[in-house]
Design a protein around this ligand. Structure first.
Ligand code: EPZ
Length: 418
């Protein structure tokens, strides 16, 4: 596994363009299975997770090719509905294809995706939803098997607004001629983007972005062209890196409305964040922060996104005061606290709550990226630390960030890869 080597003590300054959202692109790529003609996707980031989803689609029989930065997926050759176990192990998001496979072929088989460092990540809510719309579900030695002579649609009330379960059910429902209603649905911007793509394929969807989504599908969906939304988590990562280094950065392709809970808090702490024309925002951070205790908890959108919790913790180390972070989405997503302590951070955490004593200097160390967002947090901490920080398991970070080192270096950072 490779490493990032970060030399700290430099302000970030300059302009950077945010890429398309990984967490919009992955379900939309899976939704291409539903189409009866090729789909063209623009703005798909070139990431390891995207590479795995391409492998999954090709393993099922689809033709997938990059044309410069555009991804063209032709689903007409799909002849298989068993997701290869080794690909499910590589990336949990492979589970997004079971909804489309079930709806299109009446069958889907997927090994239960493994848990990961942030939690067990079961798929019980997905399975409950598929049963509610008419699927039979059995456990076999190949994994979870879903069969449906014909999916009935109907009403599904999710026990938790699961992003993946909402997306999987929306995709299956897009091929069911009747109405399917999803209550307590997830409301993330990526849900709205998937809905827009499914509508381009020919489905009718009302209420995406609210807890109550109604989908009227069709037996056959056509092809489409779609550009995925900007990556709000990548944007948050760059905003927090600029804020932690006292930087002055302009971000292009950044939708500020997708960052509830972040922009307001940073402004309260003295970071100037201004919207420019088009999807541009300007971040101008103070060289030092006054003492101010901060407390936050993560939650489903529009709550504070769990995917920017680790990066926010790394930023808070620059703010004098005692801060509390409560991670309420995943059961074990505070492991980066231990890695930050190796850099001298005064932070302690159990599985759900972290106590941060901000305002103390960090020093370089050798640390490990536990998950992609924890890894991004270590990059932010390394930018502010005295000396050199070596971040191992670089590939974990590259699952969700394209050319992170090169792009931060265009803003004045000093990061090598090896
Ligand atoms: C999506 O994961 C994102 N991944 C995650 O981003 C993100 O952290 C998460 O949503 C929450 O916003 C993609 O979109 C590819 P969930 P997903 O289903 O769909 C529990 C990143 O960093 N749950 O909303 O798996 C689950 O264990 C990644 O880019 C069940 O119990 O998230 C978790 O505690 C990490 N049963 C909570 O719900 C289920 O059937 C939220 O999970 C499904 C979920």
């Amino acid at each position: 596994m490779g490493e990032f080597v970060v030399r700290g003590g430099r302000r970030l300054e300059g302009t950077l363009r945010v890429h398309g959202a990984k967490n919009a692109a992955l379900p939309i790529m899976a939704a291409a299975v539903l189409a009866s003609a090729p789909v063209t996707l623009e703005g798909v980031p070139k990431l390891r997770d995207v590479d795995v989803m391409i492998e999954v689609l090709r393993a099922l029989g689809a033709k997938v090719q990059w044309v410069d930065r555009t991804l063209v997926i032709d689903p007409s050759g799909i002849h298989q509905y068993v997701i290869p176990a080794e690909l499910m192990m590589k990336m949990r998001a492979s589970i997004f294809v079971i909804g489309p496979l079930l709806a299109k072929f009446g069958h889907a088989v997927a090994m239960q995706p493994g848990g990961c460092s942030i939690g067990d990540r079961p798929i019980d809510i997905h399975i409950y939803g598929f049963r509610q719309i008419g699927a039979d579900v059995t456990e076999t030695e190949q994994g979870t098997r879903l069969d449906a002579v014909n999916l009935t649609g109907g009403a599904v009330h999710l026990s938790y607004p699961s992003v993946g379960a909402t997306e999987n059910l929306m995709m299956a429902a897009a091929l069911i001629p009747g109405e399917t209603r999803i209550r307590n649905a997830a409301m993330e911007p990526e849900i709205v983007d998937l809905a827009q793509f499914l509508e381009k394929l020919g489905a009718t969807i009302r209420g995406a972005g609210t807890p109550d989504i109604r989908i009227v599908g069709r037996r056959e969906l056509h092809g489409a062209t779609h550009s995925v939304i900007p990556d709000r988590i990548e944007a948050a990562t760059f905003i927090l890196a600029a804020s932690a280094t006292g930087g002055h950065v302009v971000l292009e392709n950044c939708i500020i409305e997708h960052l509830p809970g972040l922009v307001g808090r940073l402004r309260d702490l003295g970071v100037e964040i201004r919207e420019g024309e088009g999807d541009r925002i300007e971040v101008n951070a103070p060289q030092a922060y006054r003492t101010m205790p901060v407390s936050l908890h993560t939650g489903p959108y529009p709550g504070f996104a769990t995917d920017m919790q680790a990066q926010f913790m790394a930023f808070l180390l620059k703010v004098p005061g005692v801060h509390i972070i409560s991670e309420r989405v995943f059961e074990n997503r505070l492991g980066h606290a231990r890695e930050l302590r190796r850099m001298g951070a005064q932070v302690m955490a159990d599985q759900r709550v972290a106590l941060i004593y901000g305002g103390h200097a960090l020093h370089g160390a050798t640390v490990r990226a536990l998950d992609l967002r924890a890894g991004a947090a270590l990059v932010i901490a390394g930018l502010t630390a005295d000396g050199q920080t070596v971040i191992t398991e670089r590939e974990v970070i590259e699952r969700g960030y394209e050319d992170l080192d090169a792009r931060l270096n265009t803003l004045g950072a000093d990061i090598d890869r090896r």
